[in-house]
Design a protein around this ligand. Structure first.
Ligand code: IPE
Ligand code: IPE
Ligand code: MG
Ligand code: MG
Ligand code: MG
Length: 355
């Protein structure tokens, strides 16, 4: 699809453009979205003040997450650690620092705010979640997985270092995440921390992200002859490989805020909807984006024979699905009123993002 056709399709789905916001923030991945042609929103879907605040809020969480991650990836061994091998810690910093939109920490902090939980603990939990996400990217890019050379505008970890180091970076980021999530800085009540650790484990592992990655590779036809997957099968795969961590980000805010079961169920519905939307947007960008803007290679899904909803529904169909998912996320947030405005803005960012 040409750039003009793609803009036209975007306009059909998201409505005409009447609120352009030009905002410069320190994070290039965030500012690319807000200064680009899709830094626009239909006022019928979202009022201008919400989108005006959103980039500032996202940039602020991104900066706070960055400094926390820097601290967590220091040279000095912690109690119980024997030493931190310099090559491993350098490669972990390459994977985790100085890049990324930090959307998962943002969602965690903002849902925690909706439920009145302390920001410092939410940021710590958000840093733990970001460590899992960064590990998933390092392994996703390995030659045995998606075999990508570029990530966040830099060489992937196995390119900048080597494959064995990249495997160990993943191992060490994942375990560090659980170390961090178990710390008292996350929440004073150990029962809350145990709930977070248990939910993060479920979201990351066999029945979550790692399981979804298995289904993603299987869908390429690597292990058995390739077959056409149903939409439902693709949605399940995506809910696992990508949706699970995004949904966790939202549910974790509710856990930190010790929200009641009804509120948790609403946030769960929101997290599930935006998790699906996130991967559809990622798959659209793989078709329509370019490596310079994305900071990762484009056009790789079709080349690898990935099962995506864009392949199944076409780009227009995928955009229509995105619109439905935004409506679902709005419906889920209705009980929270204006307190959830930043989450409403986040859903739109996810659907319309350019990076
Ligand atoms: C990319 O995630 C990988 C997917 C789950 C589709 P992001 O788009 O959040 O990547 P960063 O963290 O901003 O680099
Ligand atoms: C990756 O999905 C999901 C995880 C890393 C778990 P993709 O393979 O589509 O992500 P990108 O496009 O490489 O970022
Ligand atoms: Mg992949
Ligand atoms: Mg990939
Ligand atoms: Mg992708």
């Amino acid at each position: 699809m040409t750039a003009a056709a793609s803009e036209y399709a975007r306009g059909l789905v998201f409505g005409s453009i009447d609120a352009r916001v030009e905002i410069s923030v320190f994070n290039p991945l965030i500012s690319a979205y807000f200064s680009g042609s899709s830094a626009t929103a239909n006022n019928a879907m979202m009022n201008k003040s919400i989108i005006t605040d959103f980039p500032t809020q996202l940039a602020s969480v991104a900066a706070e997450a960055e400094s926390l991650l820097k601290r967590l990836l220091g040279d000095a061994p912690l109690d119980g650690e024997i030493s931190r091998p310099p090559r491993l810690v350098a490669a972990m910093r390459h994977a985790a620092l100085d890049g990324g939109k930090r959307l998962r920490p943002f969602l965690l902090v903002e849902t925690a705010t909706v439920f009145g939980a302390a920001r410092a603990g939410a940021l710590m939990a958000g840093a733990a979640l970001e460590l899992v996400h960064c590990y998933s990217l390092v392994h996703d890019d390995l030659p045995a997985m998606d075999d990508d050379d570029l990530r966040r505008g830099r060489p992937t970890v196995h390119k900048a270092f080597d494959e064995a180091t990249a495997i160990l970076v993943g191992d060490a980021l994942l375990t560090l995440a659980f170390d961090v999530m178990a710390r008292s800085e996350v929440h004073a009540d150990p029962a809350v921390r145990v709930a977070l650790v248990a939910e993060l484990a479920r979201a990351s592992g066999l029945g979550g992200m790692a399981g979804g990655q298995m289904l993603d590779l299987a869908a390429e036809g690597r292990f058995e002859p390739k077959r056409v997957m149903t939409e439902k099968e693709i949605a399940t795969l995506q809910a696992m490989k990508t949706g699970a961590l995004i949904r966790f980000a939202c549910c974790a805010g509710a856990i930190l805020g010790q929200a009641d079961a009804t509120a948790r169920a609403s946030i769960d519905r929101y997290g599930t909807a935006i998790g699906q939307a996130f991967q559809i947007a990622d798959d659209l960008l793989d078709v329509e984006g370019d490596a310079r803007t994305l900071g990762k290679a484009a056009g790789t899904d079709a080349a690898a024979g990935k099962a995506t909803l864009v392949a199944a529904l076409g780009t227009m169909g995928a955009r229509a699905r995105l619109k439905e998912l935004i409506a679902q996320s709005d419906a889920a947030l209705a009980p929270f009123g204006t307190k959830a405005d930043s989450l409403r803005a986040a859903a739109r960012f996810i659907a319309e993002r350019t990076t």
